[in-house]
Design a protein around this ligand. Structure first.
Ligand code: URA
Length: 210
């Protein structure tokens, strides 16, 4: 598969994902699992952030201690399902700046239609992590990354829960410079653009709208 793709195979991630896939998992459980899994995925996607040293004083002595270098991260949520991943990541990186991109998928053409775009300032000096649980056709994800690049970002990663091969390929073609991190790569998309076996509509399942 694509060189830009990382699948997080940690047993806790895989177990929680299985619970989320099950059709009878309640909205409350789905939401809790999504928050838990996003912490683990955030841990993975940030594992190589550059560090610098800061002089600090412990109760015993002074030392040069590691801190994350550079400007605060920018987390960009693709509305609305991205917010489910966002909440968990923010618990781990509470000082991150947050942006929102509103895209809905035209159910006939499967193409993204933009209705909202509000990104943090100084995107050119931040690592941007774009989040959306489902990388399906990749059209919305590629469009969201386009907007993040237009805002000046050059260091961008994409985080999702489930990916379809079609979406991974679309992202690799449109944005070969953007690593994609996911918990699983599923088999395919169905004729309606849903990931199979998947977990259904992530937004509906997390917000209880169906
Ligand atoms: N969006 C979803 O919520 N689920 C899919 O399977 C595909 C796109």
């Amino acid at each position: 598969m694509s060189e830009t793709l990382t699948i997080v195979k940690h047993p806790l991630v895989q177990h929680k994902l299985t619970l989320m896939r099950e059709k009878d998992t309640s909205t409350a459980s789905f939401r809790r699992l999504l928050r838990e899994i996003s912490l683990l995925l955030a841990y993975e996607i940030t594992r190589d952030l550059p560090l610098s040293e800061r002089r600090i004083e412990t109760p015993l002595c002074e030392m040069d201690a590691p801190v994350i270098e550079g400007k605060k991260l920018a987390l960009i949520s693709i509305l609305r399902a991205g917010n489910g991943l966002l909440d968990g990541i923010l618990e781990l990186v509470p000082a991150a700046r947050v942006g929102f991109v509103g895209l809905y998928r035209d159910e006939e053409t499967l193409q993204p239609v933009q209705y909202y775009n509000k990104l943090p300032t100084q995107m050119n000096s931040r690592l941007a992590i774009v989040v959306d649980p489902m990388l399906a056709t990749g059209n919305s994800s590629a469009a969201a990354v386009d907007l993040v690049k237009q805002a000046g970002a050059t260091d961008i990663r994409f985080l999702c829960l489930l990916a379809a091969p079609e979406g991974v390929q679309r992202m690799a073609e449109a944005h070969p410079d953007v690593p994609v991190v996911t918990a699983a790569l599923d088999e395919r998309l169905n004729e309606k653009g849903y990931i199979v076996p998947g977990l259904g509509d992530a937004g509906d399942r997390m917000f209880g709208t169906k």
